[in-house]
Design a protein around this ligand. Structure first.
Ligand SMILES: C=CC1=C(C)c2cc3[nH]c(cc4nc(cc5[nH]c(cc1n2)c(C)c5CCC(=O)O)C(CCC(=O)O)=C4C)c(C)c3C=C
Ligand code: FE2
Ligand code: FE2
Length: 323
């Protein structure tokens, strides 16, 4: 054993297909939508629906959507997460080893932990890149990490970055980023719309704090900006009732009222299909078709300076006592 104790940081985001092709999307969706944290219908009921219906229709539609946002570096979510890991490595220096993993698809969590441990990291901080806690996202990452550790004879010590929905460093980063985005527009939006990923309404009744944490983020940001921030929830999936109001319904209503709007997605650490295609492409079309005046989509924190300053602050705080 080496004398020095190495520290690893594992950034984790949701994951994305390897290619904007139906077969790759099918593999990705099969893993994602089989996670019982994501779809809470008993598997005996759900798996036949997933295999017989969802995975025979959705991959083609989703692949079409992915193709519209795909870049030379691959899926935006993968490219941005890698850029965040690289920038964090530069900021924290060689004494701390930064890696990233995806909850679904590649690079997978288990092998990423093995690589950190193999490189001598016997302390690992896992940072799920979700500001608002949600069973489907945060808890699913914790499940996957701890399941992997359950298979190890020699386990590293673990820490998890807590959700940061109300953290002053997060609110400050959003404020700087949103103000810069607004300053670059050639119009003044009537409405600033914060669009968070939706969840089944039932999860809120059962005690998931996600909805309340989204509201907390929006309220604190509104106070910091000194202006109203409207909240809506996007990306409805399936037939159940989801959190409301729905982003699509709000964009339609604001469009019909002839308003101008700036939309942003504070719950996503990195731009991805759900922001670039659903908001920036489809959202804009929906809004202008309904009669809306001006539309802007403001990017996520990504690997820009406010976002990286935030990640550095959060990670350094969690590493206190380990260094
Ligand atoms: C940021 C928080 C997210 C929550 C909460 C969340 C819940 C959730 N999502 C689905 C179904 C789908 N989500 C999809 C993509 C997707 N979702 C998130 C984040 C959250 N999801 C991200 C970052 C992405 C983008 C991935 C990318 O490749 O860019 C998809 C796949 C795309 C599609 O086919 O539409 C599905 C499906 C459910 C059911 C759910 C909660 C129950
Ligand atoms: Fe999602
Ligand atoms: Fe979507």
């Amino acid at each position: 054993m080496t004398a020095a104790t190495d520290i690893g940081v594992l950034l984790v985001n949701l994951g994305t297909p390897d290619a904007p092709e139906p077969e790759a999307v099918r593999r990705y969706l099969a893993e994602f939508l089989s996670d019982r944290r994501v779809v809470e219908i008993p598997p005996l009921l759900w798996q036949p629906i997933l295999r017989g219906l969802v995975l025979t229709t959705r991959p083609r539609q989703s692949a079409h959507a992915y193709r519209q946002v795909w870049t030379d570096q691959g899926s935006p979510l993968a490219a941005i997460t890698q850029a965040q890991a690289d920038a964090l490595q530069s900021a924290l220096g060689p004494d701390i080893r930064i890696a990233y993993a995806m909850r679904y698809g590649a690079p997978a969590i288990g092998p990423a932990i093995d690589r950190l441990a193999g490189a001598g990291c016997d302390r690992i901080l896992v940072a799920p890149l979700y500001p608002q806690y949600c069973g489907a996202t945060t808890a699913s990452v914790v499940d996957a990490v701890t399941a992997h550790l359950a298979s190890l004879r020699r386990q590293p010590a673990l820490r998890f970055l807590p959700p940061y929905a109300g953290d002053p460093a997060y609110i400050a980063a959003l404020k700087v980023s949103v103000e810069a985005g607004l300053a670059a527009l050639d119009f003044v939006p009537d409405v600033l719309l914060a669009s968070f990923h939706g969840m089944p309404e039932r999860t809120r009744r059962l005690g998931d704090p996600y909805h309340d944490q989204c509201q907390t983020t929006a309220r604190l940001l509104a106070e910091a900006l000194g202006r109203l921030v409207e909240v809506a929830f996007q990306s409805r999936f399936g037939r159940a009732k989801w959190l409301e109001p729905a982003t699509a319904a709000r964009l339609d209503a604001l469009g019909r009222a002839g308003k101008s709007v700036a939309v942003f997605a504070p719950g996503f650490a990195a731009d991805c299909l759900e922001t670039l295609e659903e908001l920036a492409i489809r959202g804009e079309a929906q809004f202008t078709d309904a009669g809306g005046r001006h539309f802007a989509y403001l990017p996520c924190l990504n690997d820009g300076p406010p976002g990286m300053a935030l990640l550095e602050t959060l990670v350094r705080r969690e590493l206190a006592g380990w260094r």
